[in-house]
Design a binder for this molecule. Structure first.
Ligand SMILES: [Zn+2]
Ligand SMILES: [Zn+2]
Length: 170
């Protein structure tokens, strides 16, 4: 299993393979280490199942397509540009062939891509075998809950920082 996450200390994107056997997640940039939380793994030893996020360690994760959004967007943009060229050259059939072709390619790509797991709270992503049996798809309500929680935490931190630098409010 493989994880991609933003290091909580330096925000570098870190990717680690062979998750099942690592004692902790270590950031190669700043050496900050995140210990694997208790009860993170379930299932049998031969086929461990992830039960919570290893970074934050929320138990709320969702299944999503491991779709490279930039590639998807690039196909659409290139398709549009090419169809405009064909349109300018009065190639009607080619124009629509390119448009439909690029849309079809995007749809195909989406269905061919494997699933991955994503954490609502910290955005960590998990890829590999046996990940998606335990969790459901994206839920807007859960997403909103975590978004508001994160905003409130940020607000509190800013508040505290403001009070620490302002000598009049003690
Ligand atoms: Zn780091
Ligand atoms: Zn997380």
């Amino acid at each position: 299993m493989r994880i991609t996450y933003a290091c909580p200390a330096c925000h570098t994107t870190v990717a680690i393979d062979g998750l099942e056997s690592v004692p902790a997640l270590e950031c190669p940039a700043c050496r900050a280490s995140v210990p694997i939380p208790v009860a993170a793994w379930g299932g049998e030893d031969a086929a461990p199942r992830l039960l919570r996020c290893l970074v934050c360690p929320s138990t709320e994760l969702f299944v999503r397509k491991d779709f490279p959004q930039r590639l998807g967007l690039a196909i659409v943009v290139i398709g549009l540009a090419a169809s405009c060229v064909a349109w300018a050259n009065r190639e009607l059939v080619a124009t629509f062939a390119i448009l439909f072709g690029s849309a079809l390619l995007d749809v195909l790509l989406f269905f061919l891509m494997p699933d991955c797991l994503s954490c609502y709270r910290c955005g960590a992503r998990y890829r590999g075998e046996g990940l998606t049996s335990h969790f459901g798809g994206f839920d807007l309500e859960t997403h909103e809950k975590h978004r508001q929680l994160a905003a409130r935490t940020r607000g509190l931190a800013a508040d505290r920082a403001g009070r620490a630098t302002d000598p009049n409010t003690t």
